[in-house]
Design a binder for this molecule. Structure first.
Ligand SMILES: [Zn+2]
Length: 307
């Protein structure tokens, strides 16, 4: 069954890059609606922005979507990951500013809010995007691939940073049975102190603090309290990838591999997938397959306590 959130829930905070405060409200929506953002601060013209791969700008630091009149919403990836990770297929997300609040830098506050409200079945079957043939994109940064899987969504991710506090990290996950909630949702955005300085010079990361991002410098973690997981960085990259893959518009059945991949690569991968004949098919899923999707089997009590 397709689903939506049972009742509206709001979150307030500043955006990581803009530093601008915003109030975001996730509202229930009907079957087949998908996920749309609505800029409630835009009084004139089209304020609706679709959470779709083909409405996405290539921005290395966050995922920004825009509509045909140029109205945009930035840094949507964590709330999108929370929706897919909690199995919410349809929602209207109202926001009164240009950027989603960064909150604690992870998706855990969104997950807690969504699971507090609960998820409601809608009387319409779920359609999925089943990967039938491998597609891959490469840049000088890294590569990303989607290939046929074993009946759900599985992910491998590899990162490799010069800073010893991050270093080389690998993780493989099968996202069934609430794995996202247990393993990924509380992992925070991370960055290197040197990047923070460079971003500030470009007018970015203006809302970033040691409390909403893990900042590292060489072998040191500068953020107070240290890491939530020794491999928090790769977990966060997987959280981001799940949020970016959610822009496909339907759950993906297949295997994703990210090798030093980021927002741009995952979006290029979706663009390639949808422009490659025979690489995918849309189909209704059986109850057995639906039970393997990332949002099935989530449990509020499994949100890590640290978050
Ligand atoms: Zn992120």
């Amino acid at each position: 069954m397709q689903t939506t959130i049972r009742s509206a829930i709001s979150f307030s905070g500043v955006g990581l890059h803009s530093g601008k405060p915003a109030r975001l409200t996730i509202r229930p929506a009907s079957a087949e609606y998908g996920v749309w953002f609505k800029r409630t601060d835009i009084a004139v013209g089209d304020a609706m922005v679709p959470a779709r791969w083909d409405a996405t700008e290539h921005t290395p630091l966050c995922t920004r979507i825009f509509n045909r009149v140029g109205v945009s919403v930035s840094t949507i990836e964590h709330v999108m990951a929370a929706l897919v990770g909690c199995g919410v297929h349809n929602a209207l997300i109202e926001i009164d500013g240009p950027e989603v609040p960064i909150l604690d830098g992870s998706a855990a506050p969104f997950v807690r809010g969504i699971l507090d409200r609960g998820v409601r079945d809608l009387d319409t079957e779920v359609r999925v995007i089943e990967i039938l043939a491998p597609v891959e994109v490469r840049t000088d940064q890294g590569w990303a691939r989607l290939e046929p899987g074993s009946g759900g969504l599985t992910m491998d991710f590899h990162i490799d940073f010069a800073d010893k506090a991050i270093g080389t990290q690998n993780m493989s996950l099968d996202l069934r049975n609430g794995t996202f909630v247990r393993e990924l949702c509380d992992s925070r955005t991370f960055c290197r102190q040197a990047d923070v300085d460079a971003m500030r010079e470009q007018g970015l990361a203006l809302g970033g603090t040691m409390n909403n991002a893990v900042v590292v410098d060489g072998d040191k973690v500068l953020s107070p309290g240290g890491l939530r997981h020794p491999d928090e960085a790769v977990r966060h990259k997987m959280l981001d990838a799940l949020g970016d893959l959610a822009l496909a518009g339907a759950p993906i059945l297949g295997h994703y591999t990210g090798h030093k991949a980021g927002h741009t690569l995952t979006n290029l991968l979706l663009r390639k997938l949808f422009s490659t004949p025979g690489a995918f098919r849309m189909s209704a899923v059986s109850a057995e397959t639906a039970a393997r999707l990332p949002g099935a089997g989530v449990n509020r009590h499994e949100i890590p306590a640290v978050a």
